[in-house]
Write a protein that binds this ligand. Sequence first.
Ligand code: G3P
Ligand code: MG
Length: 247
Amino acid sequence: PAAPAAWPYPARIAHRGAGLRAPENTLAALREGAAFGYLMFELDAKLSGDGVLVLMHDETLERTTDGRGRVAASSLADLMRLDAGSWHSARYAGEGVPTLARAAAWLRANGLHANLEIKPCPGRERETGAAVAIEAERLWDAASVPPLLSSFSVEALEAARRAAPRLPRALLLQDVPHDWAARCRELGCAALVVQESALDEATISRAHAESLKVLAYTVNDPARAAALDAWGIDGLITDAVERISPG
Ligand code: G3P
Ligand code: MG
């Protein structure tokens, strides 16, 4: 397995920047998560229509911006004109859609870590996986702790591996299929990131026996976080930055 000798990441990761406290996947969210002491951030990366990586969760613009239509049909210039903050609250009016490059610069300037979820628009899995990996190689030099790349898309992870084999990868899983260990091995993953309700102690132990780290998403209940910690979980992705201590 490709698991690094020492796992360099904090055990608490702020989901989409700062969960629900600030508009997701924006620099304001990163600032908010950092204000709560978080040192690592899960962010969703996808390609604009003209091939630039931006942070956005949905395939469409409506929920988290004042725009309309598909991200894949929008140029970077279109996306840069959007307000990605007002939908959340008036306080964040005018907050923009960040490029991955802009978010990475802010994280690196502040000594913070990233989990980049490769979130391809449909049909762009390989292209997006390769683009995130190449961009991550460019933005994080060899002396830095690289971002952890994760995806539900096997194709995206395969493409990321080909493009930048040294970057650590994690397979995202909503449930735990019988062949999860083989899937992780085939992808050369260092970790799996599992929906918290699908995790149990035996799965965590088995993953550790396979030299795989285990992360859980999205853990918002402090009691559940404590239970997962007792089972030896390696990381929790949370919206609840105000209730779950960054460690
Ligand atoms: O990366 C963990 C989690 O973010 C996956 O689900 O829909 O919140 O991107 P989603
Ligand atoms: Mg995500």
